[in-house]
Design a protein around this ligand. Structure first.
Ligand code: NAI
Length: 251
């Protein structure tokens, strides 16, 4: 098939959901993952209702076997992957170092770093095929403002995982560009999604005071950057990090 295919994880909410909508409007077939089946099925219905070719891949991205099966299922259905967005991630709770369990540490690292490794390793052969075909395959990882500033209270491991994915992606960018795969990152600041649902709304609202733009970001504003990053307009962007934070931090 000639239609380009997006493979995206953790995509039934927030940034991922908006990205599926936008890429679907742009003619991509969408293979999206999320372990929240209610939201996943709802997004699948929505995309199909909008005439988008889509498959929903339920499952936990921290499980290696599940990830391998999801990538295989995508290839069985569509036969190709042109863009991978390792979007699944989250705080996984908050914990101070002197109270932190090993399970907590491992979970936050697994969710925000190791899952991207599993997905990327499984999808790279397909990305290389796409790169050889049209020279513009893309892998995008999601770091965070937390990678630079250490994160909010109890989010030190989240910050570490997002810093790990930043360095790893730059290494991959060098390794994969000769195969026609551009690896880039986005680094969102404070985007108004269910990511912050465990934090009281008045606290979330108060963060606006620290943001020069005077407001939180919207997930659509992140999806728009992803659209640009995978396009040929970004053909010389390799190993780049795009900060999307309303001026909250300028690197
Ligand atoms: P969100 O919480 O709205 O969406 C995350 C999705 O990932 C949810 O649908 C959830 O069910 C899914 N998910 C979580 N764990 C999973 C697992 N183990 N397997 C499969 N699916 C799983 O979050 P949002 O805001 O859309 O975040 C997307 C990415 O952006 C994440 O990597 C996050 O760390 C990053 N980010 C978000 C920021 C924000 O302010 N919203 C700031 C900086 C980075």
């Amino acid at each position: 098939m000639n239609q380009k295919v997006l493979f995206i994880t953790g995509a039934a909410s927030g940034i991922g959901r908006c990205t599926c909508r936008l890429f679907g409007q742009n003619g991509y077939a969408i293979a999206f993952n999320d372990y929240n089946q209610e939201n996943g099925n709802a997004l699948l219905q929505e995309l199909k209702g909008a005439g988008v070719s889509a498959i929903y891949l339920p499952g936990d991205v921290t499980d290696e076997k599940t990830v391998n099966e999801m990538v295989a299922q995508c290839l069985e259905t569509y036969g190709r992957i042109d863009v991978v967005i390792n979007n699944a991630g989250g705080l996984g709770g908050r914990s101070k170092i002197d109270e932190m369990s090993t399970e907590f540490y491992n979970h936050v690292m697994d969710l925000n770093m190791t899952s991207a490794f599993y997905v990327t390793r499984a999808a790279v052969p397909a990305l290389k095929k796409a790169g050889a075909e049209h020279g513009n395959a893309s892998l995008i990882n999601i770091t965070s403002i937390a990678a630079y500033n250490g994160g909010g209270p109890g989010a030190s491991v989240y910050a570490a995982a997002k810093a790990a994915i930043l360095g790893w992606s730059k290494g991959l960018a060098k390794e994969l560009i000769s195969s026609g795969i551009r690896v880039n990152l986005i680094s969102p600041g404070t985007i108004d999604t269910p990511f912050h649902s465990a934090t009281a709304r008045e606290i979330v609202e108060s963060w606006k005071n620290q943001i020069p733009a005077g407001r939180l970001g919207q997930p659509e504003e992140v999806a728009n950057v992803l659209e640009f990053l995978v396009s040929k307009k970004a053909s010389y962007l390799v190993g780049e990090v795009v900060q999307i934070n309303g001026g909250q931090m300028m690197d």
